[in-house]
Design a protein around this ligand. Structure first.
Ligand code: SF4
Ligand code: SF4
Ligand SMILES: [Zn+2]
Length: 658
């Protein structure tokens, strides 16, 4: 299983990828990788970005909408002072929030943050950092003056309000506090303000802030030397990889996203002649078009892998995919790709040249530039990431400089592009899909509404995209759910119970939790084979198997499509429990995708889903590769509440309403 770095380690990894972005104060130009301005030769200043600092240019369409909101919320004069106007050059730096949110960087300074509010389905503008200091220093727009030193989380009562400040609860206000402290606040009832962020300065600064109207093309042109040096480095590296891998097929991946367009360009420059793309069956039409255009433009022979209706079949087996419940990547991308590669490889190793970048996620930051594919080609195929070190800004500027096709969705505000219902999307992005492709969106939303009704889930689960998490909610989303008057644990439990019926059963041997998948489709192999592969010794033959997991007993019954778990005595280790439940899930729900056989390093599969235990080295690769292993995580989630509040005998957990 790929490692998922977390916490401090994740932050440390991402910090490595914060781009060296500078700014020329004379020209107002973003400068990549140099202390000197490529235009005037003058010194440049550092632009401070929060990790991973994957800032991108704001496009005209996005700027127009944001500008409208800025004028409404800050007032025209303050909006003009901070942002210049929709013609000025802005960067958006994505930050963590309940939905889409970007710091707005203008003239090298973070002046405001735009936040998409799921409740009002609209963007909001909040002055930030240098923007706050300008509003306070120049007594402009929504500002207020407080006596005390500002501290994050404190509630203050301003002694003076600027004429542009709204005292409406929920409004944002720039705060000037005692001792040269500054902050951003949110107005509460009765004129109090909660301090959201605060900082100090040793002296007052007069900001000579001048937003300039550079087009993205002009910025790309000014940074041409740097961008071409990045290109040269990436091409040289990839050529080196090609030279050191003899009988190997190099294929450039194209997805319709910006990163793969750039990595495929590097690949073509390095001498790669063929490309692949995967149509998951739920692609944005714009992505399919961009793939075609890019392949044509780069002269790459395109091979297409197609998932057909696998998404809709997967939905029946697993329910909606979620950020922490991703069966979709395996079923919709890896499985069709495995089939395609089988026909192309002809015994050779394949190197996939992809647009992976370290700044995208801690997992990608931890991944080397050339790595073995975890699943494809029994781990023999490799993944090459020539643009691993590139920032988002470099990718966009390179695309503009080279005149490469860019998916039009980016210009409308998409931060990243996956499938049209990708659970990693923001609600702000779903809104764009719903407006542009009402038919496509209605099919998905209607499916979700039917599912929610069957599972006894409230309308809000669909409206606010709460289906995008299945195991736990992040803090910001928890706050939203509570504001909606809903109980997060109940939502997760009901969604899980819709896929995995759970009940307590009592017998002479004691009490057991019984789990049955809503859509069972047994694998051709036996449960015992699968437990063997998960490195768990089991007894039994044919349809049934029984194993001891420390003090607990696990029974898998293929005929009755159920798993029994007797939780007595010492519990197994979490890894052992998860592996056992994943193996049980694979044996009960098999969509014949073939990924298990694809992942097996010893060729132990007689056919997809059926293992020859004589050849098995019990490495668990097949168990983790199987999309059904996600059901193990749901099962583990269902085990916890059963320990806290014991349900009545035989009743399904989660109180499903039909
Ligand atoms: S050797 Fe093959 S069958 Fe055995 S656990 Fe590993 S991947 Fe599965
Ligand atoms: S058991 Fe193998 S073929 Fe069946 S769903 Fe899992 S990975 Fe796919
Ligand atoms: Zn300059």
């Amino acid at each position: 299983m790929p490692r998922r770095p977390r916490g401090e380690e994740a932050l440390r990894l991402l910090r490595r990828y914060v781009p060296r972005l500078r700014w020329c104060p004379s020209c107002g130009l973003p400068v990549l990788g140099s202390d000197r301005c490529p235009r005037c030769g003058g010194p440049t200043l550092e632009v401070r970005l929060a990790p991973p600092g994957d800032a991108r240019p704001a496009w005209e369409e996005e700027k127009r909408e944001t500008w409208r909101r800025a004028v409404e919320e800050l007032g025209r004069e303050a909006a003009g002072r901070l942002l210049g106007g929709p013609e000025a050059f802005w960067l958006f730096n994505p930050v963590q929030a309940v939905d889409a949110a970007d710091e707005i960087i203008v003239d090298g300074h973070t002046v405001a943050t735009r936040l998409y509010n799921p409740l009002s389905a609209a963007w909001r503008l909040r002055p930030d950092r240098v923007g706050v200091e300008i509003l306070c220093g120049e007594e402009l727009g929504p500002y207020a003056v407080a006596e005390e030193r500002l501290r994050p989380g404190a509630v203050v009562r301003p002694r003076r309000w600027g004429s542009g400040a709204s005292r409406e609860p929920g409004s944002y206000v720039a705060l000037c506090g005692g001792g040269l402290s500054y902050g951003v606040g949110r107005v509460l009832e009765r004129g109090d303000v909660r301090v959201l962020k605060a900082w100090y300065r040793r002296r007052r600064v007069e900001w000579r802030h001048r937003p300039r109207s550079w087009s993205v093309g002009e910025v790309a042109e000014a940074n041409r030397d740097w961008l071409l040096s990045r290109e040269r480095e990436a091409v040289t590296w990839l050529r080196g990889v090609m030279e050191s891998h003899g009988d190997t097929l190099f294929l450039a991946g194209l997805s319709g996203g910006k990163d793969s367009t750039v990595s495929a360009t590097i690949a073509a420059e390095a001498g790669v002649e063929e490309a692949y793309s995967v149509d998951t069956g739920v692609e944005h039409p714009e992505s399919l078009e961009t793939v075609e255009k890019a392949a044509e433009r780069l002269g790459l022979r395109l091979h297409r892998a197609e998932a057909g209706d696998a998404f809709w079949r997967g939905l029946e087996a697993y329910g909606p995919p979620a950020r922490d419940y991703r069966w979709c990547t395996r079923l919709l991308k890896l499985a069709p790709l495995a089939r395609l590669f089988k026909t192309l490889a002809k015994g050779r190793r394949i190197v996939m040249v992809t647009g992976q970048r370290g700044a995208e996620s801690p997992q990608r930051a931890a991944s080397p530039r050339l790595a073995e594919s975890g699943t494809l080609g029994r781990g023999r195929h490799l993944v090459a990431a020539p643009i691993q070190e590139w920032s988002s800004l470099e990718v966009y500027l390179y695309i503009v400089l080279r005149g490469l096709p860019l998916n039009p969705l980016y210009r409308l505000g998409f931060e990243r592009i996956g499938c049209y219902m990708c659970p990693a999307s923001h609600l702000a992005e779903f809104r764009i899909v719903a407006e542009r492709r009402p038919g496509l969106w209605a099919r998905w939303e209607n499916w979700l509404r039917r599912y929610a009704r069957r599972a006894g889930l409230p309308r809000e689960w669909v409206t606010y995209g709460l289906w995008r998490w299945r195991l736990s909610y992040p803090a910001e989303v928890l706050a939203l759910i509570r504001r909606l008057g809903l109980r997060p644990a109940e939502l997760l439990e009901r969604a899980a119970a819709a896929q995995l019926h759970a009940a307590r059963e009592y017998s002479r041997s004691g009490e057991a939790l019984v789990l049955s998948p809503a859509a069972a489709r047994p694998a051709p192999g036996t449960p015992r084979e699968w437990l063997h592969a998960a490195a768990i010794d089991a007894e039994g033959d044919g349809d049934a198997a029984e194993a001891r997991l420390a003090g607990w007993v696990l029974r898998v019954d293929k005929g009755r499509a159920r798993v029994e778990l007797e939780q007595r005595g010492t519990p197994p280790s979490p890894v052992e429990l998860r592996a056992a439940l994943a193996a049980a899930s694979a044996s009960l729900v098999c969509l014949r995708c073939g990924l298990c056989a694809e992942a097996c390093p010893t060729g132990a599969f007689r056919e997809p889903g059926a293992i020859d235990v004589g050849k098995c080295i019990r490495c668990r690769a097949c168990v983790w590769a199987c999309p059904s292993s996600v059901l193990a995580d749901l099962a583990i989630g269902l085990l916890k509440p059963s320990e806290r509040e014991r349900p009545r005998r035989g009743r399904a957990l989660g109180g499903r309403r039909r």
